[in-house]
Design a protein around this ligand. Structure first.
Ligand SMILES: [Zn+2]
Length: 309
């Protein structure tokens, strides 16, 4: 295989399409960021924007050859069928993304879920290298988990790992329509929203709540503690059921470092007793995890491995 072979990998988010050309070793050879069309413009516009981004890569000068395409989105994704069952933030419902992109590009296509693909990337290229049992939990607008058990990524037909929507008993409403969900207290978005609601002072994000916590703000302390307690409970259940060697924490909230990791490790230790305590590890790939995972799916489409999912 020529060393200049690469794949076009796209992480299609609600506001931004993050795209890259990635070689066989996971090295990023080129990057693009494009705004995601509004879902009010219709689901076809998002697909058209994705295809246009792939075309832009085809026009990059040089001797790179695009061998395949990888795409990931959030929501309920059925990797086996290559279908976006329900990706709310791009307006896709039962869209057969894999076959549509195959038809449009004439290339092999890998299609998956952003968090599970990010898990694949952290496992193969990032903080989870060499592990057989791990959980990747990105904490941003939501909270969910990518799960690897005995060297297999667990997909559950698109439903595995939704640890953000377990009722931990606090009673507050959640975007999913339920109450008491982990995500309603512990996502970065929830921390910012709840701080603003209680204090009457709007904040730009969870990072600002963390700054106020350090400055001694008691409301920030309360909101932060409630978030880490809810998260610790979700991670405790996850650990009891799966006994991962490590839990990789990513997303915006993981950038708060010891402010997050220390209380979480303490609370988790308190919950687990005799059960194996997983190492809590910062994820390594940041915002690149999604498209790097898409790249790995694309390479698998070129040359399917024995990985079952
Ligand atoms: Zn929920």
């Amino acid at each position: 295989m020529s060393p200049t072979d690469c794949v076009a990998a796209l992480d299609i988010g609600g506001t931004t399409i993050k795209a890259a050309l990635v070689d066989r070793q996971g090295t990023v050879m080129a990057r693009l960021r494009r705004p995601t069309p509004s879902r009010d413009d219709g689901p076809d516009q998002v697909l058209a924007a994705a295809l246009a981004t792939i075309d832009e890569f085809a026009g990059v000068p040089g001797s790179r050859r695009v061998r395949a395409v990888g795409l990931v989105v959030t929501g309920i994704v059925d990797e086996r069928r290559g279908v976006a069952v329900h990706s709310q933030n791009v307006g896709w419902r039962d869209v057969p993304v894999r076959s549509l992109v195959e038809q449009a590009t004439g290339l092999p296509v890998g299609f998956g879920h952003d968090v599970r693909a990010g898990t694949l990337a952290e496992w193969r290229l990032g903080a989870g290298r060499g592990l057989e049992d791990l959980v990747f939990v990105p904490i941003g607008t939501g909270v969910s988990a990518g799960i690897v058990v005995r060297g297999r990524l667990i997909t559950g037909d698109g439903y595995a790992g939704e640890i953000g929507h377990v009722d931990v008993g606090h009673g507050e409403p959640c975007v999913c329509g339920g109450r008491g969900c982990v995500e309603a207290l512990a996502s970065a978005a929830a921390i910012a929203r709840r701080y603003a609601a209680v204090s009457g002072r709007p904040v730009a994000g969870a990072r600002e709540v963390a700054e106020r916590l350090v400055a001694g703000d008691p409301i920030a302390r309360r909101i932060w503690d409630e978030a880490t307690d809810a998260l610790a409970l979700a991670l405790a259940w996850t650990s009891v059921v799966l006994a991962p060697q490590a839990i990789l924490l990513g997303g915006g909230l993981a950038r708060s470092g010891s402010l997050l990791f220390e209380p979480l490790a303490l609370a988790l230790g308190g919950h687990l007793g005799v059960v194996r305590r997983p190492r809590l590890v910062p994820a390594a790939l940041g915002d690149d995890a999604g498209f790097l995972g898409a790249a790995l799916l694309a390479w698998e489409a070129v040359q399917p491995s024995s990985r079952k999912s």
